[in-house]
Write a protein that binds this ligand. Structure first.
Ligand code: G1P
Length: 298
């Protein structure tokens, strides 16, 4: 039996420059899909997978994130007085127990591996942990991390979420070198961060959900700068393969949206808007009109 994974690291120190000017004063993790900030989707997914402790790796200018997860007593009082029970429930669902969230600062942006390493003292020495990248929003019947926790309970080792991407896009992802393809699980014999299409070992890309062994954290102690001059999490995981320890890619069931890009964020907004019973009819009628107007104009 593998031990339960109860801690997750959320690297949220990025500057979010792709969303300037919005991110001049708000963290990109607070940008909303319909009415929920990106970070809320990530936290909900983690909770459903059994995560109890949430470790945020932050940076300057991210204090709005800390406030977001605090209780909001004045708002709660007002909603209660006005009898708005639904909104009150919605609000209270976002509260986090005292002590459930820990914040650690990354002083300088030095890559995803470095951000994860900043959380090293918050983990037990023998504890596997999850990493969730909030840019990757995954709509799924069973939340992606929960699928992975279940798979990990069977396999142990390191499990990374994986998805086929167009060959032309390999240079945006960590790419897996496949040793054995077992369908939803893939045994991995190598990992490369952001290879050009002609050097990519496959088109199976790492998506931002990881379950990692404590050894990966130890590897981060000595890993050198990799792709883009940054300390790469991919390299610290690949190091495990070199040592003969198992790494698996997990083809999750669900739809992933790249909310780190404007196009992906807009697609997610449309998809999540269409899923909402309170918005669906009006929104889909609008989209149909907008598209037919556009086609007529062309
Ligand atoms: C990070 C990882 C990369 C992974 C990607 C998934 O890259 O370094 O291996 O494929 O997330 O979204 P980033 O998108 O932060 O550049």
């Amino acid at each position: 039996m593998t031990r339960k994974v109860t801690k997750a690291i959320f690297p949220v120190a990025g500057l979010g420059t792709r969303f300037l000017p919005a991110t001049k004063s708000i963290p990109k993790e607070i940008l909303t899909l319909v009415d929920r900030p990106l970070i809320q989707y990530a936290i909900d997914e983690a909770r459903e997978a059994g995560i109890k402790e949430f470790i945020f790796v932050t940076s300057r200018g991210k204090s709005a994130l800390e406030d977001y997860f605090d209780d909001a007593p004045e708002l709660e009082r007002t909603l209660k007085k006005k009898g708005k029970q639904d909104l009150l429930n919605e609000l209270q669902n976002t509260n986090m127990d005292s002590g459930a969230i820990a914040y650690v600062r990354q002083n300088r942006p030095q890559g995803l591996g470095h951000a994860v390493w900043c959380a090293r003292r918050m983990l037990g020495t023998n504890e596997s942990f999850a990493v969730i990248l909030t840019d990757d929003v995954i709509a799924a019947d069973k939340p992606c991390l929960q699928q992975m926790v279940e798979a990990h309970a069977e396999t142990g080792g390191n499990v990374v979420a994986a998805m086929e991407v167009p060959h032309s896009k390999t240079s945006s992802y960590g790419i897996l070198d496949i040793a054995e393809d077992m369908g939803s699980m893939v045994k991995v014999k190598g990992m490369v961060e952001k290879p050009d299409a002609d050097k990519a070992p496959s088109n199976l890309a790492v998506i931002g959900r990881y379950i990692l062994t404590p050894e990966v954290m130890k590897n981060l102690n000595k890993i050198k700068q990799g792709a883009g001059g940054e300390i790469q999490l991919t390299d610290a995981i690949a190091e495990e393969i070199v040592k003969g320890n198992p790494v698996y890619g997990f083809r999750f069931r669900g739809q992933r949206y790249d909310c780190g890009s404007k196009a992906g964020f807009l697609q997610a907004t449309v998809a999540f808007g269409l899923q909402r019973p309170d918005l669906r009819d009006e929104f889909s009628a609008y989209l149909q009109d907008a598209l037919s107007l556009q086609t007529a104009a062309e």
